[in-house]
Design a protein around this ligand. Structure first.
Ligand SMILES: [Ca+2]
Ligand SMILES: [Ca+2]
Length: 288
């Protein structure tokens, strides 16, 4: 009798432990792919703000796209740490499938295109990923198994040139921006981030034939632009294409002496290639 009562008690204890376990077990934290804005809250006090729960609002809109554009084009203050949770959230291409975690550890125009499709609801999918914490997700992080390394097409296929600058009739200072092909190539996307050194006034962009899909001029003194529709025709080796003019929204102050245009990042993709191609550019060019 006593033995049976003890057995029943043990059974109840086991049941309690099981129920308690299921009540208090926390599901692994996840984030919505592409959802990188808002950001900047250090919720866990580790002096970084790139961990799951510290960015995003579970909604995709233009601000997520603009912050991704700034990260892709390396605008100062908007570059996210490689393989952090927020980097992985931005790394939306290749897209997630039922069986495969998306992303390829590269932020380029293909990520901009896939996030743009979701923001505009052309793609209604809203995949979520577990955080990049190896303890939580030892099998894969940032879209590839640990140690798989980076697969980047390092062949230089393009170059960006700027300047010299000139003053328009209305008094704005403007600089032409050219994309040059280093081999025969059809670009499927291109993006660039730039700014005038020590001239922190609003900028704008006057496009030429290839119309940019995204232009961000919200940051005083900085400009990012992305061309996300494939070119109509192949560029031949050595051909230079005028992308347009970056210009100040108001005349340069009379105290401005020499002026330098800085290029922070330039990323090019070609039709039929899932990896970005190499782009040569000077970090800074004197344009006045
Ligand atoms: Ca968001
Ligand atoms: Ca990617």
């Amino acid at each position: 009798m006593v033995k049976r009562a003890l057995s029943l008690l043990c059974g109840l204890c086991l049941l309690f432990v099981c129920v308690q376990g299921s009540l208090f077990a926390q599901p692994p934290p996840t984030y919505l792919v592409g959802d990188c804005f808002p950001w900047g809250t250090d919720a866990d006090g580790d002096l970084t703000s790139w961990d799951v729960g510290e960015f995003g609002d579970n909604a995709l809109n233009n601000l997520d796209l603009i912050y991704l554009l700034r990260a892709v084009t390396k605008v100062p203050g908007y570059v996210v740490p490689f393989c952090s949770d927020i980097f992985d959230a931005m790394d939306s291409f290749p897209v997630d499938t039922e069986t495969q975690r998306g992303g390829n550890r590269i932020l380029d125009n293909l990520d901009l295109i896939s996030t743009l499709r979701r923001v505009t609801n052309v793609d209604p999918s809203r995949p979520r990923r577990q955080a990049c914490d190896w303890k939580l997700n030892p099998q894969g992080c940032c879209g590839a198994p640990r140690g798989a390394g980076l697969l980047i097409d390092k062949s230089v296929a393009a170059a960006v040139q700027v300047g010299p600058g000139a003053v328009t009739q209305a008094g704005q200072f403007r600089v032409p921006v050219f994309l040059t092909s280093k081999r025969d190539i059809t670009f499927s996307g291109f993006s660039v981030g730039l700014g005038f050194r020590n001239v922190k006034i609003r900028l704008r962009f006057q496009p030429a034939a290839w119309q940019p899909t995204l232009v961000d001029t919200d940051l005083s003194g900085f400009l990012s632009a992305a061309w996300l529709t494939p070119m109509n025709a192949k560029m031949t080796s050595g051909q230079a294409l005028l992308l347009g003019y970056v210009e100040t929204a108001e005349p340069l102050p009379s105290s401005a002496g020499e002026v330098w245009l800085e290029l922070y990042g330039a990323v090019a993709n070609e039709v039929g290639n899932s990896l970005p191609v190499g782009v040569d550019f000077a970090r800074a060019t004197r344009v006045k």
